[in-house]
Structure formats: structure tokens, C-alpha cells
Design a protein around this ligand. Structure first.
Ligand code: SF4
Ligand code: SF4
Length: 543
């Protein structure tokens, strides 16, 4: 199999690079401050479509594009971003226009904010939602080289002389047809720290939470209790007479991507194998909820029923665990997002038997049961507590997510959240991850006010979470953690960032090391919530 990959990689490598794909995901207005050790699957998915059409491309991180000269030699630009990345996207497209004449395409989660992107980023075309079929069609009609009639292409937006145009919606790719589009594995080599980074491989697209918020929305719209969100017929849950977007009110995943569709076991295993053969050491099986993987029922619009498909999950994880690099412990596979209501003992057993020591990420959002229901979240705080207990029993290190500043938040809900955070930590949650609410376009809470720096309830929650996390981090001091050298530190001259091989925080150590070098690091100090200081304690294991 390695030979086949080498040949296909060579032919891909031989295509001249015509398109520069910029990965601006999480870059905000410049550099990523969170998720620094992550490589999302979106840019590789787009690269796969160009490769399918024999058009050479290359991926660059937005933070690595610092001058116009780096854009020379490319004919066209494709930019993948989230709404938070509009500032950096705007700057890069401006830089591109000053240096090149080619087309500019923008896509990814940023496409939920059509007006702002067209106004500020000014692409030639914005791809809305799923990119593969739309991009393929654009390439087929010759969009890169000719003036073409865009009005017939579904799922795009662009500016015309008479104003913004949004074409008709494109239906999501059906489950069995996702296989027609293979993300590029070769282009992982474009990422400098790929050998040390978490490389995300898509397993499921879309989310099954078709419950909706019961809070009154800014426009006076509100749930009229039609019963659709709890309908027995999964198809009935798809539409709301009040046009309230599905899912947790703060999230745009179900509205953007629709109900879950799973890739086949074979295509996921092939992609993981190729990435490992190219030198990746850490692969995350990405999904809005991994436990939605082939969970039956079409459309899958009930977040908690039927239970997880243990057979399908076991088949997938067994096949991946049998890959040479995984069984030799030279590579590590993990899962992240799971819904507490699906995370049972049986699920935990299958996961820990196949990919032990993983860190399931569980969204709680608020510790108040009534607030949780009001925002449209599935499950209950009790489900989350139980999931943490189960995860710990099976040797996992679970993370719990909460949000401050959510619509419907009160002093009481915050106090409940803080009490629950404490309880979750005592029960075994490895880390409390707290985000400030963002009013995402396309979500039910679009347009709601976001918490500002002086948001007193937010500050209260942040202090409580930081205290819990710092006390947990202190447990790391003195421990020896296996890590992989990634890149030089941005903040400390002469230091190298080391990403953990297993689950755990990012570390920094003195000295320069080639990316991909395996190291044993003794943790000496907690530098911040997300960063540990350490020193190398042993000789290079491999790499
Ligand atoms: S479909 Fe809309 S109106 Fe009906 S129960 Fe759900 S949120 Fe309420
Ligand atoms: S937060 Fe998670 S469960 Fe809720 S709608 Fe978004 S993806 Fe689905």
C-alpha cells in the first residue's frame, strides 16, 4: 500500500501549483491563538477537488503569508475561513489583488455570513456550505479561465453590478456519495508542523440535534410549541414553522451542514493510512459528534435516539487500530466530540479497547437544566456527569465545554454552572473549556449581543474555570510526557513548541528540534492555562 501512495503522491506533486489554498481557519486577525496544534480537514477537502480535476494546488497557513512575493507564481486563490477570520481574510485578499489577477474563491464556515464576506472580503465567488460539488461544477464550466454565467451554479454568492447575488440552495451530498470526493492526503506536507499536529479526518458531516431554542429570538420569533422538535417521524423534525434554525441556539452546524452523513469505513481508513505513511503521528477522527457515525435512521434528527451504532464504530476503530503505525504506537488516533446522552458504558468499552486513553469532548454549555433546554441543547447536566464518570472508569481524560454570555444566562444559571464545573472536575473532567458566546450568523442566536470584557457573570465563570484548570495543570509538574517537536516558539526565543503525543497540553522546551522529533519532556512549570514549560529528559526515541 505504501508504494501505491508514493506513486499517487508523486503524480500529485508533479502537477504545477496553480491554486494557492490559504488555510485561515481560527486565525482571527492574524495568528491562531487557540488550536495551534490542529490541522482542520476543510482545506485538504478542497485540495482533493482540485487534484481530482488535475489542477495543481498548494496549501499555506494564513500566518505564513507575510508578503506579496509569496503569492507570485500562483494563478488563483482559494481561502478557507470561519466568520472570526474575516479580518485576516480581508487583508489576504487585498494583498492578493495587489499582486495577482486570478480568481478569488472563499469558502468554509465563513459562508454563513454572506453579506459581510461579499462586502469586506470581496471574493469573486463565495461557496456556501458544502464545497465539493459546487467547486467541481465551477471548474467544469471554466470559472478559473473564462467569464461564465454564475447564476445557474447552485450554492454560491457573488457581487454583480446590480448588487449581491445568492443562487439557489444546493442539496447536501447524500451519504453514499461523499466517497466521490477524497480529501488530498499529499497536501498535508504543506503544513510545517504536520508531523506533530493533530490532523483531522472527517468521519461525519452535520449534526443530529434537531431540537431548537425555546428562547424568544430578537425578531419576536419564538417556538409555537408545534411539537415538531420531538416528532416521532425524523423527517418532521427538519422544518420549523417559525423558521428557527435547528440545533443548540449558538451553533450553526445543523443549519449549515444538515443532518449527519457518515463516510464509509474504507475511505476513512484509507485516508488515515495515507496520512500516517506520509509522516503524521496524531490523527483525530473528526465529527460534530463521533457517536453519530452510521447511527441509522434517515434523516438522523434525534440527537439521543437510537443509541450509537456500536458495530459500525467498532469496525472503524478496529480497522484503524490495526494499521502498522498505530499498532506500533508510532501514531495515535483519537476522537473528540461526543454527546453525553449517547456516551454509554458499551460505547466507552469499544473506544477504550481500540483507541485507549482518548479524550472525549463533551459539550455542557450551561450547568442549569432549564437553561440547557431553553437553548436547544440535548441531554441533561446529569448525562454529562454520568458520561464523565464512565469516561474515567475506562481510562479516558474527558474535557467539558461551557459557554458564558449565552442568551438566557442569569446569575442563577451561572452559579449552577460553577457548582457543576467543580463537581465535574472532582468526578474526573480533565479540563473545563470555557468560551465566550459568539452570535454566529446562521445560528438561532444570530444578532444577540455578545458579552464584553466587563461582563461580570463571564468574569466569574472564567475565574472559576481557570482555578480548576490551573490546579489540574499543577498535577503535570514533575511528570514525563511523550511529545513531538512542532515548530519554534513565537513567544520565547530559542524555544521549541512540543505537542503531546497522547492527550494533554502543549509544552515548550529550550533548544531547537526538527519538526517530528519524538521527545520525552519533564514538565517543570505551568506557564498558563494552555501551556507547560518543560525540559527534555531522554534521548530521541525516533524521528
Ligand atoms: S419545530 Fe419550531 S415551533 Fe415546533 S416545537 Fe420546534 S421550535 Fe417549536
Ligand atoms: S453544539 Fe454540537 S450538538 Fe449542538 S447543534 Fe452544534 S454540533 Fe450539534
Amino acid at each position: 500500500m505504501a508504494t501505491v501512495i508514493a506513486v499517487s503522491a508523486l503524480s500529485v506533486g508533479e502537477m504545477s501549483d496553480r491554486v494557492l489554498i490559504i488555510d485561515a481557519l481560527s486565525a482571527g486577525d492574524g495568528r491562531r491563538t487557540r488550536s495551534r496544534d490542529s490541522i482542520g480537514c476543510g482545506p485538504r477537502t478542497i485540495a482533493g477537488v482540485f487534484e481530482k480535476k488535475q489542477i495543481g494546488c498548494r496549501i499555506a497557513r494564513s500566518e505564513d503569508i507575510t508578503s506579496r512575493s509569496q503569492l507570485k507564481g500562483f494563478e488563483h486563490l482559494a481561502l478557507s475561513a470561519m466568520t472570526m477570520d474575516i479580518p485576516v481574510s480581508r487583508r489576504l485578499v487585498k494583498m492578493w489583488r495587489n499582486a495577482n489577477k486570478g480568481r478569488v474563491l472563499v469558502g468554509g464556515p465563513v459562508s454563513s455570513d454572506i453579506t459581510t464576506v461579499l462586502e469586506l472580503v470581496k471574493p469573486d465567488v463565495m461557496i456556501i456550505g458544502e464545497g465539493e460539488v459546487t467547486l467541481e461544477e465551477l471548474l467544469k464550466v471554466g470559472f478559473l479561465n473564462d467569464e461564465v454565467d454564475l447564476s445557474e451554479i447552485k450554492g454560491i454568492a457573488y457581487s454583480s453590478s446590480s448588487g449581491p447575488v445568492v443562487t439557489s440552495e444546493r442539496t447536501p451530498i447524500p451519504e453514499g456519495e461523499l466517497e466521490k470526493y477524497r480529501p488530498s492526503t499529499f497536501r498535508i506536507l504543506d503544513y510545517r508542523a504536520y508531523a506533530a499536529s493533530k490532523v483531522y479526518v472527517e468521519t461525519v458531516r452535520g449534526c443530529s440535534n434537531y431540537r431548537r431554542t425555546r428562547l424568544e429570538l430578537g425578531t419576536g420569533r419564538m417556538c409555537s410549541e408545534c411539537g415538531g422538535c420531538d416528532a416521532d417521524d425524523p423527517g418532521e423534525r427538519l422544518d420549523c414553522p417559525e423558521e428557527i434554525p435547528p440545533g443548540c441556539g449558538f451553533c450553526s452546524v445543523p443549519a449549515t451542514w444538515g443532518p449527519p452523513r457518515s463516510r464509509s469505513t474504507e475511505s476513512i481508513v484509507d485516508e488515515v493510512r495515507e496520512l500516517l505513511d506520509l509522516g503524521a503521528h496524531r490523527v483525530v477522527l473528526e465529527a460534530p459528534d463521533f457517536l453519530d457515525y452510521r447511527r441509522g435512521q434517515t434523516p438522523l434528527t434525534d440527537p439521543c435516539y437510537p443509541p450509537a451504532n456500536l458495530r459500525a464504530i467498532e469496525e472503524l476503530l478496529n480497522a484503524i487500530a490495526a494499521l502498522d503505525s498505530v499498532s506500533n504506537e508510532d501514531a495515535r488516533i483519537s476522537i473528540e466530540n461526543v454527546k453525553a446522552c449517547l456516551f454509554t458504558e458499551e460505547v466507552a468499552r469499544v473506544i477504550s479497547d481500540t483507541i485507549p486513553g482518548t479524550s472525549p469532548n463533551i459539550g455542557l454549555e450551561t450547568g442549569s437544566e432549564s437553561h440547557l433546554r431553553a437553548i436547544g441543547k440535548c441531554g441533561s447536566p446529569g448525562d454529562v456527569l454520568q458520561a464523565i464518570q464512565i469516561a474515567r472508569r475506562f481510562g479516558m481524560t474527558p474535557f467539558v465545554y461551557l459557554i458564558f454570555g449565552l442568551p438566557g444566562e442569569t446569575e442563577e444559571t451561572v452559579d449552577e454552572s460553577i457548582r457543576l464545573m467543580q463537581k465535574l472536575s472532582e468526578t474526573g473532567a480533565e479540563r473545563i473549556i470555557l468560551y465566550g458566546f459568539r452570535a454566529l450568523p446562521g445560528s438561532a442566536f444570530e444578532g444577540f449581543p455578545e458579552p464584553t470584557g466587563g461582563h461580570s457573570l463571564g468574569i466569574k465563570m472564567q475565574k472559576a474555570a481557570a482555578k480548576i484548570n490551573r490546579s489540574k495543570k499543577k498535577d503535570y509538574v514533575g511528570r514525563i510526557i511523550r511529545g513531538i517537536a512542532a515548530e519554534e516558539s513565537w513567544a520565547r526565543h530559542g524555544y521549541t513548541m512540543v505537542y503531546p503525543f497522547d492527550e494533554g497540553p502543549i509544552m515548550t522546551i529550550q533548544g531547537g528540534f526538527s519538526p517530528g522529533t519524538m521527545l520525552d519532556v519533564e514538565v517543570t512549570e505551568v506557564l498558563s492555562d494552555g501551556l507547560l514549560l518543560g525540559q527534555r529528559v531522554k534521548k530521541n526515541i525516533s524521528g
